[in-house]
Design a protein around this ligand. Structure first.
Ligand code: FES
Length: 180
C-alpha cells in the first residue's frame, strides 16, 4: 500500500525546472546584444570594401569617336574622352587613337603609346620613315598595322572597335591582333 502511495506521489511531482541564474541571464543578454551591434557595424564595412569588386567592370564601355565615312586607308588621329570608374573614383582620360581601314575595309584603331618606353608615336612624322609610325624618343618605328620595325619589341596596341549606326566606337586597349 505504501509503495503504491509513493508511486502515486512521484507521478504527481511537478518536473524540476532548471532556473537560469541572474548572472547567466545577463551574460547571454549582453553577449547577444554585443554580437548584434558588432554585426551592424561590421557588415556595412565589409560590403563597403567588397562592393567595387562585385560590381561588373564597366561592361566594356565604348565611346563614340568618328563617323565611319570619315575613315580612310591613311591613318588619322582622333582624340576622345573616356570616363573611367575605379571603385568610387570617376575620372576622365583624354585618349588618342590612330584609325584607318585596311584593304578589305576593316577598320582598326591603334594606340599611340610606343611599346619601347611609352612615348607618343606619330604617323609620317619623320622623313626618314615615310608611311610609318615613328617615335621621337629613341627612334622606334612601326608599320601602319603597328608592327614594330626597330627598337620596340612589341607591336602597337589596338583599341577594341565597335561599328554602330554609321559611327566608330572605341573601347578598351588590347594587344595588337593584326600583326604578330
Ligand atoms: S619610347 Fe619610343 S622609342 Fe623609346
Amino acid at each position: 500500500m505504501s509503495n503504491q502511495h509513493e508511486e502515486h506521489e512521484a507521478s504527481h511531482k511537478t518536473p524540476v525546472r532548471k532556473e537560469m541564474s541572474r548572472r547567466q541571464f545577463l551574460t547571454y543578454t549582453l553577449g547577444g546584444a554585443t554580437a548584434f551591434m558588432a554585426a551592424g557595424v561590421t557588415l556595412p564595412m565589409v560590403r563597403f570594401a567588397v562592393d567595387p569588386i562585385l560590381q561588373k567592370k564597366g561592361e566594356g564601355a565604348f565611346v563614340k569617336v568618328v563617323e565611319i565615312s570619315k575613315i580612310t586607308s591613311e591613318p588619322q588621329e582622333f582624340t576622345f574622352e573616356l570616363k573611367q570608374q575605379d571603385g568610387w573614383y570617376l575620372s576622365t582620360a583624354n585618349l588618342t587613337a590612330w584609325v584607318r581601314k585596311d584593304e578589305s575595309g576593316k577598320i582598326y584603331a591603334l594606340s599611340p603609346i610606343c611599346k619601347h618606353l611609352g612615348c607618343t608615336i606619330g604617323w609620317n612624322n619623320d622623313k626618314n620613315y615615310p608611311d610609318e609610325y615613328h617615335c621621337p624618343c629613341h627612334g622606334a618605328h612601326y608599320t601602319k598595322e603597328g608592327k614594330q620595325l626597330a627598337v620596340a619589341s612589341k607591336p602597337l596596341d589596338e583599341y577594341k572597335v565597335m561599328l554602330k549606326d554609321d559611327w566608330v566606337y572605341l573601347g578598351e586597349i588590347i594587344p595588337n591582333t593584326i600583326v604578330k
